[in-house]
Design a protein around this ligand. Structure first.
Ligand code: PA5
Length: 440
């Protein structure tokens, strides 16, 4: 089989009656992306990253090797697109109960004081280094976390040694982080102007932490490159067009929620990454599919009831990992008190796949459509294919929807209020206005 295949057997046939017309819209949106003639076309650097990153890989590995030699733990500081790609790939590829490279911990992706305090205590006794990632170099959450852990690093190792243990990934010229990196002499990587955060996993933003975690970034990038070639050059677009067409047809049929479903919990953060990618790209002008996720069979014992029988507002896109990386067989028991001997000799993956088929059929019959996305394997190569496939699907889908998939104007509203409430210099008028609004 190909790295990724998409099946529509469990999608409402009535909805699929509009398929041919929708495919034309999808095809033309794909062309718009390739011609660079659509909205946000100054943010298309990610499209060619699978090719253009090649020349940077050796340096990413060299810096990663230096970090690996000097420290056991890498603290990755970033939020949104500046952490989710790395987190998704690392969790997707790591052994559940161990890791082959550095231990990777994250900060700056939320503002929990308890998290920060407990992470501080954990790092105090660890030999650690920092990769701080912020394209703008001014985002509040990672900036606060970086200040805190930079001080810890300097207290532990002294300023000069601390500087050697910090790598900054940021804009080439702008932002406070760039200034800091240049002044303190940190090693740094540049996030190109035309690559937005959520499309940056194949840049140093994602690749350095993934490499430090002990994963083969060359295979990851190769997977993305082969998918690039397949979709844009060989024009083998069946899987892509099926996914984009089906989700837009379902949306136009009033199914406003897409549930990313996995049967392999290693994909939990791939789902989080996917939610950011699609949510931030499509949710505009009061349009867009709301993206949610579930892990089966776990969530069949919670959300399963709603999906089977609740309000018909959603559809599922189900990831099926066709070849498990390992499998375990169920043993025979002499006494068979639990009555499970009918499964003896069968494997856990067989049972998992029967659960998937059973659920696809049950949900379909209950009126919930599922798009089935088959991924050949969960290794670095195939994960690279999957992440790139979703990036292209998201951009094309955004164009079908008629929005700019590369900006995020809505994110600014909360930031403006937060700066006003924190009385940030430069926000005096906003502070006055917000205090009046809340009666302070
Ligand atoms: O996808 C995006 O553009 C955002 O999620 C950003 O990655 C996020 O807001 C972090 O921004 P920055 O890297 O500038 O700190």
């Amino acid at each position: 089989m190909k790295a990724i295949e998409v099946k529509l057997d469990y999608v409402d046939k009535k909805v699929l009656s509009g398929y041919d017309a929708m495919i034309e819209r999808v095809e033309s949106s794909h062309q718009t992306l390739l011609n660079r003639s659509g909205k946000g076309n100054d943010f298309l650097g990610w499209v060619d990253l699978p090719k253009s990153i090649e020349s940077e890989i050796a340096r990413i590995e060299a810096v990663g090797n230096r970090l690996k030699k000097s420290a056991d733990v890498l603290l990755v500081i970033g939020i949104g697109g500046s952490y989710l790609g790395a987190k998704a790939a690392i969790e997707g590829l790591n052994n559940y109960f161990g890791h082959s490279g550095m231990a990777i911990v994250f900060a700056g992706h939320q503002m929990s004081a308890a998290y920060m305090e407990e992470l501080y205590e954990y790092l105090e006794n660890k030999n650690f280094a920092i990769n701080v990632i912020s394209k703008s170099g001014t985002t509040t959450e990672p900036a606060i976390a970086f200040r805190k852990f930079k001080h810890l690093l300097e207290a532990k190792y002294g300023k000069a040694e601390a500087a050697k243990r910090i790598v900054a990934t940021t804009d080439e010229k702008r932002g406070a982080l760039r200034k800091l990196a240049d002044q303190e002499g940190y090693d740094s990587f540049v996030i190109a102007d035309d690559i937005g955060g959520r499309y940056s996993v194949f840049s140093p933003v994602g690749l350095l932490p993934i490499y430090c975690a002990g994963h083969d970034i060359r295979e990851l990038v190769k997977g993305s490159f082969d998918t690039y070639h397949q979709l844009h050059e060989a024009k083998d677009t069946d899987a892509l067009y099926r996914y984009v067409a089906a989700r837009n047809l379902l949306y136009e049929d009033g199914k406003y929620v897409e549930m990313f479903v996995n049967y392999e919990p290693k994909l939990h953060y791939v789902a989080e990454w996917w939610k950011q990618l699609f949510g931030e790209s499509e949710g505009k002008k009061h349009r867009g599919i709301f993206v949610a996720s579930a892990a089966f069979t776990t969530d069949l014992h919670s959300l399963g009831q709603y999906l089977q029988d609740g309000k018909r507002i959603m559809f599922e896109s189900v990831i099926d990992i066709v070849e498990p990386l390992s499998d375990v067989s169920i043993s025979r028991d002499e006494e068979n008190l639990d009555g499970l001997n009918y499964l003896a000799g069968k494997t856990i993956d067989t049972v998992n796949k029967k659960a998937m088929l059973a659920t696809l059929l049950a949900h379909y019959e209950g009126g919930t459509s599922s798009i089935l996305i088959q991924l050949k394997k969960l290794d670095a190569y195939h994960l690279g294919s999957l992440l790139y496939f979703y990036e292209v699907a998201c951009a094309v889908s955004g164009y079908v929807l008629g929005v700019n998939p590369f900006d995020q104007p809505g994110v600014e509203a909360y930031k403006k209020n937060m700066f006003a409430l924190l009385e940030k210099p430069g926000f005096e008028a906003e502070t006055k206005a917000i205090y009046k609004k809340i009666g302070k």
